[in-house]
Design a protein around this ligand. Sequence first.
Ligand code: SF4
Length: 228
Amino acid sequence: MNTASGRIDSLYCGSGVDGAGLRCVVFFSGCNLRCPFCHNPETLYKEGNKTTVAELVQKLERYKGYFRRGGVTLSGGEPFLQRAFYLSLCNALHEKGIRVCAETNGHLADPACIAAADSLICDIKNQETDDLSVYEKFFEECRKQGKEVRVTNVLVPGKNDSEGKLTALAKMMCGCRIGSEIRFLPFRKLCEDKYKELKIPFLYAAVREADTDDIAKAERIFYQNYQK
Ligand code: SF4
């Protein structure tokens, strides 16, 4: 029995957006970042539930019929942070014939963690910084390993929707030869109540939510600059 253990916040079976096909998502506890727009602050500020790989795989197997054409997505928090648990879980899921997608912030370009996933989703956190070098390192490792990476970016009005930010993002992705596919996710404030519950200030409370026009404009600027 696999007794490697780690801490997870929760398990959600029913996602159609966290990787290919229908997915069960495991939200790991803990993250190396503190993004002010984080949708899952409970994974950052709560200790999480201790679980072994064997227990978790047993639970996930119950939903195997449901995610037959998809798989399991390891998200968080930052799944690479609990390295031993993450690697052991990937291994155990593969033994059961279950495909694994890792959803990461790309700041830990750990070759073994990247290798253990069948596919990856990397969410670019450029809302408070112009430095994208960390992603170059991550994408370089993914490319070296021939891994499929989907790129997402939470579009926050006034933070990362400027022509300069979007152009820099397009140029970085083009330079990394990671492909031009990007999904801009509109900034939403649905998580505000979670912050209230945790008694933590929601630093983007005064920032407006992004709408479909913002997304369309961002896509236009991004793709205009991708090949330049
Ligand atoms: S990387 Fe993700 S989980 Fe971590 S703080 Fe940022 S948004 Fe939250």
